[in-house]
Design a protein around this ligand. Structure first.
Ligand code: J5X
Ligand code: AKG
Ligand code: FE2
Length: 358
């Protein structure tokens, strides 16, 4: 039984063509292999919400006395929100943005020295969900879990220790923030530490684990026909996303279509992931989101993907299941779920859904 994310894809190889990345900067036309239509993604041409409709995910001040309720409401309606006054130092946000920018600026031969292997978890490469789409995405990524020391030494023979330090500090801040946000949203449903014993410091200091996903979306000659990162939900409990000052993230709502999440300097975006949807017995929505690209400014984002330890079984909190019904989902560990997702992608949730008797 793997206990760390590093082992999740061991024995479950995913072959991805990292080494066939083009030199994005040299292309003046969008190659056919990067041109998306609704045949490649049924949601591709879903209507964008008109910007004047003013609809977007709420921006919540974490210091506001009503923050817990606002977060709970956002998790139920949108599955996403932005937060201000989150307590993560601005220098650290700038530090992780600087690191991400300098990583992707390295020559491609250097980045490939740290390429993610077919059975590996960490390293440089194309989005893991690429194998489910016929067209390529206009982006490159770098996944980190555990110590980035070995990879960073290959990328930056001189400066790797400074960069490791930034990652360590960033993860520490994100971990604290993620568990605070989880408890605020659960408290809004009346769920307390008594109901979820595995998620308390008194049960184990290391009851959660995480990965960092660094994303780069280069400028694109024909952004309207390209896709930065195809629509997906995260498999996490929660994801905390930092985006640089360039718009591109969109969330999907059945009633509005695609809604852009405008960058708000210094704030962070929070997404509900599939495991939180399961834990809340479907009350919180795991949000479908994607990243679009543009013609003038490169975009960077850093996703902190946060979930339980690999040996923790996640199942709907009994308090949230009505007495005359069975829970919506059966129990699953993060590792099992990541593997299900790696094989079945957006059918993963329905595969662990319990079938209700009439
Ligand atoms: C801990 C995680 C969560 C992963 C897999 C693994 C590391 C990278 C994450 C992402 C990041 C990009 C979208 C996604 C869909 C992908 O392809 O890689 C995510 C996926 C998931 O949330 O399922
Ligand atoms: O770049 C973005 O805004 C989205 C990134 C994302 O969804 C992810 O890394 O899971
Ligand atoms: Fe995501």
């Amino acid at each position: 039984m793997p206990t760390v994310l590093t082992d999740v894809f061991r024995g479950h190889p995913i072959h991805l063509p990292h080494t066939h990345q083009p030199d994005f900067t040299s292309l003046s036309e969008l190659p056919d292999s990067y041109t998306w239509t609704s045949k490649d993604d049924p949601l591709f041409t879903a209507p964008p919400s008109p910007p004047d409709a003013g609809e977007s995910i709420p921006l919540i001040d974490l210091n506001h006395p009503d923050a817990a309720n606002q977060i709970g409401r956002a998790c139920r309606t949108w599955g996403a929100f932005q937060i201000a006054n989150h307590g993560v130092p601005l220098e650290l946000l700038q530090g992780i943005e600087f690191l991400t920018g300098s990583l992707f600026q390295l020559p491609v031969q250097r980045k490939l020295k740290a390429a993610r292997s077919d059975t590996g978890f960490s390293g440089y490469g194309v989005a893991r969900i690429s194998s489910f789409f016929n067209k390529k995405m206009w982006s490159e990524g770098f996944t980190i879990t555990g110590s980035p020391l070995n990879d960073f030494r290959k990328l930056w023979p001189q400066l790797h220790l400074n960069y490791c330090d930034i990652v360590e500090q960033y993860e520490e801040q994100m971990q604290k923030l993620a568990s605070k946000l989880m408890w605020l949203s659960l408290n809004s449903l009346g769920v307390t530490e008594e109901d979820i014993k595995w998620a308390t410091v008194s049960s184990d200091l290391n009851w959660a684990q995480s990965a960092l996903q660094l994303n780069h979306y280069p400028v694109c000659p024909e952004p309207d026909r390209a896709m930065g990162l195809a629509p997906h939900t995260d498999s996490t409990l929660l994801t905390i996303l930092y985006q640089n000052n360039t718009a591109g993230l969109q969330v999907f709502r059945d009633d509005f279509g695609w809604v852009t999440v405008p960058p708000v300097p210094g704030s962070l975006v929070v997404n509900v992931g599939d495991l939180f949807h399961i834990l809340s017995n479907g009350l919180f929505k795991s949000v479908i989101h994607r990243a679009r690209v543009n013609q003038t400014r490169p975009r960077l984002s850093v996703a902190f993907l946060w979930g339980p330890r690999s040996d923790t079984k996640i199942s709907p909190v009994p308090k949230l299941v009505s007495p005359d019904e069975s829970p919506l989902y059966r129990s699953v560990t993060w590792t099992e779920y990541l593997r299900t997702k790696a094989t079945h992608f957006n059918k993963a949730l329905s595969m662990i859904r319990n079938h209700r008797e009439k």
